[in-house]
Write a protein that binds this ligand. Structure first.
Ligand code: ADP
Ligand code: MG
Length: 564
């Protein structure tokens, strides 16, 4: 069979260089990445077979195997899962499709020093390539379920890889790591050592629902070189089914990293056991960072659906509303068909109830975070506030709960954010409305002429700079009976409250300026509805004001961008 040589895509090459000359001290995580891929491949095969039982694949003993060879210094990670086709190997292993990884590389280039780089590697998953932290050559043999021929991929990580078709590939994928020479001073990193592998699997992959077996050499543990029975290294216990006090924080975090494809710790872990006619267990995680594609059209949702411990689907959008799409985790239902489809889920009454319950649970967790750990809440809101505010428009049932956990930048806070409740509490006597300004950035709103009168009078104004702010403020309209009012819209009756000019003075002024206003009205006829004297300005000579029911300029831009 002929062997073809290919070049890695530029980003892939950069990432590989990084792995080869790794500055990352915790190299053990390469195994977690490979086991995680193997586990995904087993899930996928189980599912494919469920959907189509004519698929030519054996699902009777799905598992992961680790095999070491001290002499040859190799470690093999093998699964009998779904495998990859020839083309898929090139696409999935030769390129970097993940936008988060591209972003990671960009940030990495900006981080000059090694410490910065290590921090960044810790934050982004680098998946399959992490094998090159410990190996100077990696070979992968795989056969896609249902196909006859397999594929061998091989690379030393130095710019090129080879692909070759092979006839005798077993079902699934095996990854052979040709380990770098052993460091005599550092036995801790000997990945052919059985106790080392046991330790890593226990620490990072214990919850994996497929058996991870150790086969072959046994460190001469009293078995005189005879091939021993394979030892299963992981407990396979579904963490979501175990009582919270029996599971360590670390175990939860490792599960999060596996399902969230994230290397960072989650911000919050949320558990829910629903009993009764429709029983289910949920283990949800709020990440500590928003993904880069959170506002893209096809961003993935984070929940996995299981039915009685069997993985059914990823990216399950029916379980939580779109504004909670950043939540990751597992929902395991007792009474759903294993064959359930996305379409059925969307219409299922039980699933809708589940969605309502999970939504309330997430929102109440955010509420508790607010009181229990202000710093954590601040992180949460910084990362996900803009998404959550979509819910103010799309989920009227939870509007009050959302308003209770929302907070906003304000003229009266330095860096901190203020809740509507707090705003209303400190509203001075005589102020009836909640004032806000919307705009593209903090700078624009800070410099807006509309702010002048408010600043002058010391009135608190919420500074709203997310695109969604234009929409929810209109949709919500009021909070605790106080109107939400844009400082840039309509007549603002600050004057009524504290206009210190007498009626005579006002009249005189109006007369004095009548000529100018009339002239301006004529000249600007095509562009404005009206020109009037104002007390809302202190330094700027003029400003544009929208009618109370007009679109604000930012919203106009948004609709225009959406093609409306
Ligand atoms: P990620 O797992 O985050 O997608 P990886 O770099 O770990 O990124 O893997 C890239 C892709 O290669 C996977 O999404 C999967 O499609 C494929 N892949 C990797 N390992 C395996 C495997 N053991 N079996 C089947 N497909 C695999
Ligand atoms: Mg992976």
């Amino acid at each position: 069979m002929s062997t073809e040589t290919f070049e890695f895509q530029v980003e892939a090459r950069q990432l590989l260089q990084l792995m080869i000359h790794s500055v990352y001290s915790n190299k053990d995580v390469f195994l977690r990445e490979l086991v995680s891929n193997a586990s995904d491949a087993l899930d996928k095969l189980r599912l494919a077979k469920l959907r189509d039982d004519t698929l030519d694949a054996d699902v009777s003993d799905l598992h992961i195997e680790l095999e070491t060879d001290r002499e040859a210094r190799t470690l093999t990670v093998r699964d009998n899962g779904v495998g990859m086709s020839y083309d898929e190997v090139g696409e999935l292993i030769g390129t970097i499709a993940n936008s988060g990884t591209a972003q990671f590389l960009k940030e990495l280039k900006e981080a000059q020093d090694a410490a910065g780089a290590e921090g960044l590697i810790g934050q982004f998953g680098v998946g399959f390539y992490s094998g090159f932290m410990v190996a100077d050559e990696v070979t992968l043999v795989t056969r896609k379920a249902g196909e006859k021929q397999g594929t061998r991929w091989s690379s030393r990580g130095e710019g090129t890889y080879t692909l070759e078709r092979v006839d005798d590939a077993p079902q699934g994928t095996s990854v052979v790591l040709h380990l770098k020479p052993a460091d005599p001073d550092n036995q801790l990193h000997d990945y052919t050592s059985v106790w080392k592998l046991r330790e890593i699997v226990k620490r990072y992959s214990d919850f994996i629902t497929w058996p991870i077996r150790l086969v072959g050499e046994k460190d001469g543990e009293g078995d005189d070189g005879e091939a021993a029975e394979p030892e299963t290294l992981n407990s396979m216990k579904a963490l979501w089914a175990r009582p919270r006090d029996e599971v360590s924080e670390d175990e939860y975090h490792e599960l999060y990293k596996h399902i969230g494809h994230d290397w960072r710790e989650p911000l919050e872990t949320i558990q829910l056991h629903a009993e009764g006619t429709f029983e289910y267990q949920a283990l949800l995680f709020v990440p500590s960072h928003a993904p880069h594609d959170l506002f893209r059209q096809n961003t993935r949702h984070g929940l996995q659906l299981y039915v009685k411990r069997v993985f059914i689907m990823d990216d399950c959008e029916a379980l939580l509303p779109s504004y909670l799409r950043f939540v990751k985790g597992v929902v395991d239902a007792q009474d759903l068909s294993l064959n359930v489809s996305r379409e059925i889920l969307q219409q299922d009454r039980h699933i809708r109830m589940m969605q309502r319950r999970l939504t309330k649970k997430v929102l109440s967790s955010v509420k508790s975070m607010m009181t229990a750990d202000a710093e954590k809440y601040a992180t949460f809101w910084r990362e996900f506030g803009a998404v959550l505010k979509e819910g103010l428009v799309t989920d009227p049932d939870n509007r009050d709960a959302l308003l209770a956990v929302a907070s906003f930048a304000s003229t009266h806070e330095d860096g901190e954010a203020v809740t509507l409740k707090r705003y209303v509490e400190r509203m001075p006597e005589g102020q009836d409305d909640i004032y806000y300004i919307t705009g593209e950035s903090r700078e624009t709103v800070d410099n807006s002429p509309h702010m002048e009168a408010f600043r002058e009078r010391g009135i608190e104004v919420l500074l709203l700079t997310d695109p969604v702010d234009e929409v929810w403020t209109d949709a919500v309209g009021e909070f605790e009976g106080k109107r939400l009012r844009s400082v840039a819209k309509g007549e603002i009756d600050l004057d009524a409250r504290e206009d210190d000019r007498s009626e005579d003075e006002q009249k005189q002024q109006a007369e004095a300026y009548a000529g100018l206003l009339g002239w301006m009205r004529e000249r600007l006829d095509d562009d404005v509805k009206e020109v009037r004297l104002s007390t809302r300005l202190t330094r700027s000579p003029a400003c544009l004001v929208a009618d109370a029911d007009d679109l604000t300029p930012a919203l106009e831009n948004m609709y225009r961008a959406m093609g409306q």
